[in-house]
Design a protein around this ligand. Sequence first.
Ligand code: BG6
Length: 483
Amino acid sequence: MQRRSFLKSAAALAATPALASLTQGAAQTLPAIPTPAPHRFPQNFLWGTATAAYQVEGAVHEDGRGPSIWDTFSHTPGKTFEGQTGDVSDDFYHRYQGDVALMQRLGCKGFRFSIAWPRVFPQGTGTPNPKGLDFYKRLLDALNAAGIEPFCTLFHWDLPQALQDQGGWTNRATSHAFADYAHYTVSQLSDRITHWMTTNEFDSFIDGGYGSGENAPGLQLPRRELVAARHNAVLAHGLGVQAIRAAATRPVLVGLAEDISGCMPAIEDAAHIHAAEIALREENAQYITVILEGRYTDKYLRDLGPDAPHFTPEELKTISAPIDFLGINIYTTQEVVPAEAPDGYLIVPRPATYPHMASDWLFINPQAIYWTPKLVSSLWGVKTLYITENGCSSDDVLRPDGKVLDSDRVMYLRNYLAQMQRGVAEGIPIRGYFLWSLLDNYEWGSGYSKRFGITYVDFKTETRTPKLSYDFYREVIAKNSVV
Ligand code: BG6
């Protein structure tokens, strides 16, 4: 229902003397309005979709896979929505060929996926399981045949349970185990994969897993231990970068995928932009700032006091090992205004009426995909960026005519892509975009209650139904522009 309209009818406008000349025969006298340039992307812009192992694969007991912390967590009563697990999920392990065909029909040229550490090393370390890697070889062959470039994440939260039994990320040994796993995997697959990412979203698997406890392993540790786990995770990234380079049998490109805590100026003026830059650096001090700068910020260490991490200069050097590209996962952002010293910025508290998508954390702010990459490149001079995730949850309905008309997701994507185009046109070095997600899948603690796919999945029959947003994205890719 249209509740209110501020638009006056043409007749009413013409009745206003001052406006009459604008509405009567003005078209003959005014010069033609030039057609604006289409909102195009560069010719080699890489369009893709993204998934993660535990969220799509299923087949948790097949071919020697060991248990991960997400198996344990999701099978623990009360931890996930209605006790739902990733045991079967999209059954991608068996249906990957059909899903690669879905990507091909979409016109995608890139696919971001993750390798399940417990398929490769069922106990986290020790003897590798060749059958686990065989699955990824089959997948890579199918992608190659379809002309789709793989972007591989080595760790998307599914830590082998055996490592958690020894403390997980609170134990420094896990950082070294990760490097060994990375080394072995890259030695086996670098002939087929050029783009490697160490980890996905530190905050989600560290602060979510060991702080709030909403993600596996579901712990709520004292701050000092949480901070130590953060340090072990960034160290694992750095050791992983070194291991990937050492193991690769041909030139590869190394990066990571990070959901940088987004900060944007509430108003676009110099003072607000400056405040947003300060905020971005400080709000990400524990992860991307230390990785890109090789130091924790003074504020981070000061605020933590006795709980601050213990580290050596050598560790900081490892953590900040040079990377070739940075992947940013963009869902939302926070508005920043300038404030007094010592911080110099204030994150605006989220007003209650701020709009969000089906997930209550997914606040809609298309400028996120403009400002976060812009500030990252201006602050740290990053030369190659990928949007490694962007998308949204919607309350999708499979209609009796077999269609899913997710116009809200189309609205979300159209606006975010338009802002990304604005950034690319200005020279922000975004080289590609991976939409989250190709398929509805297991959304961690939310189970199957939140759908992020551009393809609807009936989890009883595993039937795939491309949604309206799939058609929209196919058009964007085909035209290489967004309007
Ligand atoms: C990102 C993750 O945080 O957001 C994905 O990398 C995840 O794995 C996506 O599925 C959506 O988040 P959530 O928590 O609603 O599943």
